[in-house]
Design a protein around this ligand. Structure first.
Ligand SMILES: [Zn+2]
Length: 181
């Protein structure tokens, strides 16, 4: 059962302060900013939390020193957004799972851009996701990994949301040795 009691700024601080601190925020500026934020809209703390997540995504572009750091931090933000939507709101958040996976692919492409190794991607699917079963152990290209429709997020039958993941897979020859480009 989801707890539907109205949530407060204290709840947000208690549950999310340590996460926001990783991005240079502190209790003082979260509370101060909340005061001005709620002047123009209903004070729904979940909406305020969502607003901060989105601000972090925007700010991340300016705060990260390089692309790898940018994708690493995006990964943390998306994963916190997914967990909030699912655990607190009881929604599937498949569209964010999609963004999470795309970001992982971008991160892996960036990390491996100079090592000369040839690689593909693969999809990791859980047993209970019927819509994604055909992707189990399937090797997909970089292009497919970046395409929106490779994983059928919207057809996923899992009530808690799609948990399929895309992971990088180096190409190997018949003796198991890495192939270099
Ligand atoms: Zn799925």
């Amino acid at each position: 059962m989801l707890n539907k009691k109205k949530k407060t700024i204290d709840w947000l601080i208690q549950n999310y302060l340590s996460f926001f601190e990783k991005f240079g925020m502190n209790e003082g500026n979260i509370i101060r900013h909340h005061k001005s934020w709620k002047e123009n809209r209903p004070d729904i703390i979940e909406d305020y939390l969502w607003y901060i997540f989105n601000r972090l995504l925007i700010e991340n572009k300016h705060q990260s020193r390089d692309l790898i750091e940018f994708y690493e931090r995006n990964r943390l933000i998306y994963s916190e957004m997914i967990s909030f939507r699912r655990k607190i709101e009881g929604k599937k958040a498949n569209e964010i799972q999609n963004m999470y996976n795309r970001n992982i692919v971008e991160l892996e492409l960036e990390k491996n851009s100079e090592n000369g190794i040839a690689y593909d991607f693969t999809v990791i699917t859980p047993q209970d996701c019927k819509a994604c079963q055909h992707l189990t152990d399937k090797v997909i290209s970089k292009r497919e990994a970046l395409e929106n429709n490779t994983i059928p997020y919207e057809n996923c039958t899992r009530t808690q949301g799609c948990v399929c993941l895309i992971s990088i897979m180096p190409r190997r020859d018949e003796n198991g040795r890495l192939i270099f480009i």
